[in-house]
Design a protein around this ligand. Structure first.
Ligand SMILES: C[S@@+](CC[C@H](N)C(=O)[O-])C[C@H]1O[C@@H](n2cnc3c(N)ncnc32)[C@H](O)[C@@H]1O
Length: 327
């Protein structure tokens, strides 16, 4: 495998390989979401993807699913394995998959109530939904599709669209505590897109799982896996806790790299995104060492998490692949 290190600015894919327009979009806002990356990634995907040579697509840090949706809108896979550690997120995907019309009905109702309300009533509605979300029935089952789980999925989407910044943050007691986002007219429901997503999910397997449970044994050279773990903080003050779960430290990054190497040995095609520590410290070779021997690209990306405007701006992100890319 040829290691190569380069900086890639925004790239225009060759017209013959560009995907046509109609692409399903994430139905939630998600911190670290790759909604904007799809075009840039087209030069970084393996050629075999465009030749429809993979039978399996897997994404073990699903989040808002931007890459899953953009790829499967245009490329058929026999098997799609999607997972994330957040049970409420996966419950919501299951609801979209299994009863999208019931979900649309509840979201239409939320939309009417929210858009027709004054700001103080909007804040009160957000609080009511958040309270209800934090008090699921005692016998609530996260894995079965039921009236209760569809209702919970609708609450999840409502809180995501009306809360602050697409975060899913819980306190020590496990209660969702993201504040109201003060949005006047958020798009709570895009029903055409939601139906499209539902269609794409029909033969996807959705699992609540940490990355260590990824089914390595099922992977071979017919699989394309995209990893988008929580980014390694760029510095001590940029630590971000906007995801469900215990956080993601350097040891997790090392264990993930070991899984990457194991999958590479089994012949799967792999792509992984992460932050680039050399943005802050040119000497920090954490990922260069961890992924030594693989192709490490530095791509230009806009970071939106930092609430301090002065710190926003163009930084590089890493895209690591175990196959040669076009650029
Ligand atoms: C950067 S986000 C993925 C964003 C996604 N690619 C998108 O376009 O929206 C990282 C995801 O990893 C999940 N996550 C955090 N720790 C995890 C773990 N140990 N195992 C699996 N998933 C985890 C989070 O819940 C979050 O959804």
């Amino acid at each position: 495998m040829n290691a190569s290190l380069s900086t890639v600015e925004e790239t225009t894919p060759q017209a013959s390989n560009a995907f046509p327009d109609r692409t399903a979009q994430p139905f939630i806002k998600w911190v670290g979401g790759k909604r904007l990356h799809h075009e840039q990634f087209q030069s970084l995907y393996p050629d075999a993807l465009y030749q429809h040579r993979y039978h399996t697509y897997a994404e073990p840090f699903l989040g808002g699913g931007a890459i899953f949706l953009s790829l499967t809108s245009h490329i058929p896979f026999e098997r799609i394995l999607l997972s994330d550690i957040n049970p409420n997120l996966i419950l919501t995907y299951r609801a979209v998959k299994q009863d999208v019309e019931a979900l649309i009905g509840i979201l239409e109702d939320y939309t009417q109530r929210y858009h027709g309300a004054a700001a103080d009533e909007q804040a009160a509605l957000y609080q009511d939904v958040r309270d209800a979300f934090n008090q699921p029935p005692e016998d609530f089952c996260y894995t079965e599709c039921s009236t209760q789980s569809i209702e919970r999925a609708a609450q999840f989407i409502f809180l995501n669209k009306c809360g602050y910044g697409g975060m899913f943050r819980v306190n020590k007691k496990g209660f969702f505590n993201v504040p109201w986002g003060k949005h006047k007219k958020p798009q709570i429901l895009d029903e055409l897109n939601l139906r499209h997503v539902s269609q794409l999910l029909q033969h996807a397997q959705l699992t609540v799982a940490g990355f260590r449970e990824f089914p390595i044994e099922k992977m071979d050279d017919g699989c394309f896996v995209y990893f988008d773990p929580p980014y390694r903080p760029l510095n001590a003050t940029s630590h971000f806790t906007g995801y469900y779960g215990p956080g993601f430290n350097d040891n997790d990054q090392r264990e993930l790299a070991a899984i990457f190497r194991q999958l590479d040995a089994q012949g799967a095609s792999l792509m992984l995104s992460n932050s680039d520590p050399t943005n802050e410290d040119p000497e920090d070779d954490f990922f260069d060492t961890l992924y030594d021997g693989f192709a490490i690209r530095r791509v230009s990306a806009l970071r939106k998490i930092n609430s301090n405007f002065a710190k926003r701006g163009r930084k590089n992100e890493l895209v690591i692949t175990n196959y040669p890319t076009r650029i």
